[in-house]
Design a protein around this ligand. Structure first.
Ligand SMILES: Nc1ncnc2c1ncn2[C@@H]1O[C@H](COP(=O)(O)OP(=O)(O)OP(=O)(O)O)[C@@H](O)[C@H]1O
Ligand SMILES: [Mg+2]
Length: 361
């Protein structure tokens, strides 16, 4: 079967052919637990580009109708957040309710929901109508709720998991309010997953305080060299490319624990060798031009800088005067120097430049 390189290596997308489950870390299992009436809020944290969204998408596929995803980055105001949920569930803040003299009877919501269940809301105006009854027997009332109350009611009715990606982009004050508002749903066993990068914008303390005893924290750790290499091991054979072990190793080393960068490097290796799709016969790649790292750094670095520009940065001064984003130091220590807790100066100067460019945190 023929594959396009861009389908196989997917920096920024969902990897269909090169997904690595990082077996032994139990990340999928831990996240999957939340489907089983856990009654706990799940926080999934990890450095940027460590695979948080991909992992969650694997367990709670975004394209499936029975999961609701909200992106923190696309939420401008509190109402915006709740309205996005209502839109996803095809629900509204208003519905019409018909009452009769004998009994109250809910006839229809203004919009049918995913499960076709209308919302029941508080009374407002009144309009005459009849459904198999005399006009004088029944009256139609409009009921409306705030976006927040309507969204919570809809989530409860549909019993649908709520996934909040890039939770740290939400206003800090709103993060706490949100968790408080979702508490009753969590209590009822509806899965709520917040995905965040643990930096200053993410108010972990507030979340913990709100959810004491009802929090499952899952941490997505930086990727090991072997895990990163597995991406190459899965992808290159599909393209009929035989890449030498030492090259795959080198690509993994320069990925600083990020599958995103590994996917970028694998794709770039194909590009440099002018390969766009599966080759008709096996091709061997046994030499590597180190320029590939700088080429990718220029492209990826720019994107990450754009994201960083939206939020405050945590930076630290390197002993030689270089400015370092703090989390990069973690990557640098573990993966560039190849061991934990080495002094920062153990990172080779040529790698420092790359780390600064990628500014991973
Ligand atoms: N399990 C995986 N197997 C293979 N590749 C992966 C895996 N997880 C992530 N990737 C690669 O890394 C890229 C980034 O992953 P993802 O978007 O999940 O990171 P993230 O931690 O959510 O990043 P951000 O902090 O920017 O939201 C993906 O587009 C994919 O190419
Ligand atoms: Mg993400």
């Amino acid at each position: 079967m023929k594959h396009l390189v861009n389908q196989v290596f997917t920096p920024g997308g969902m990897p269909r052919f090169t997904y690595v489950d990082r077996s032994g870390r139990d990340l999928e299992q831990s996240l999957g637990e939340s489907k089983k009436h856990l009654c706990k809020m799940v926080t999934l944290t990890g450095s940027t580009k460590s695979g948080k969204t991909v992992l969650t998408n694997r367990i709670f596929p975004r394209l499936e109708a029975d999961n609701v995803w909200v992106d923190g980055g696309s939420v401008g105001s509190e109402n915006d957040f709740w309205s996005q949920i209502l839109n996803e569930l095809n629900e509204a803040t208003e519905s019409e309710v018909t009452t009769t003299q004998e009994s109250a009877q809910n006839v229809e919501g203004k919009f049918g929901g995913k499960a076709g269940i209308p919302l029941l809301m508080e009374g407002k105006g009144e309009v005459g109508t009849s459904i198999g009854r005399k006009q004088s027997d029944s009256k139609k009332t409009k009921r409306s709720l705030s976006p927040r109350a309507a969204a919570i009611s809809a989530l409860r009715t549909h019993e649908i998991p709520l996934i909040i990606d890039d939770f740290h982009y939400l206003d800090r004050q709103f993060q706490g309010d949100l968790v408080r508002a979702l508490k009753p749903l969590i209590f009822e066993g509806i899965p709520v997953i917040a995905i965040a990068i643990p930096h200053r914008r993410y108010d972990a303390i507030k979340v913990e305080r709100e959810m004491t005893g009802r929090l499952l924290s899952i941490e997505v750790p930086p990727w090991s060299i072997d895990e990163l290499t597995e991406i190459a091991d899965r992808g290159f054979p599909l393209l009929q490319i035989n890449v030498s072990g030492h090259i795959k190793q080198r690509l993994a080393q320069e990925s600083y624990g990020s599958p995103h960068l590994m996917q970028e490097f694998c794709r770039a290796l194909c590009r440099i060798n002018r390969i766009e799709e599966s080759m008709p016969h096996e091709v061997k790649i046994s030499s590597l031009n180190e320029d590939i790292f700088h080429e990718v750094a220029d492209g990826t670095g720019k994107i990450i800088y754009d994201r960083l520009a939206k939020g405050p940065r945590q930076r630290q001064l390197f002993p030689d005067g270089t400015v370092w984003p703090s989390e990069s130091i973690k990557f640098g220590r573990q993966d560039v120097a190849g061991a934990k807790n080495l002094p920062l100066t153990a990172v080779q100067p040529e790698n420092r430049q790359l780390l600064i460019k990628f500014t991973i945190f």
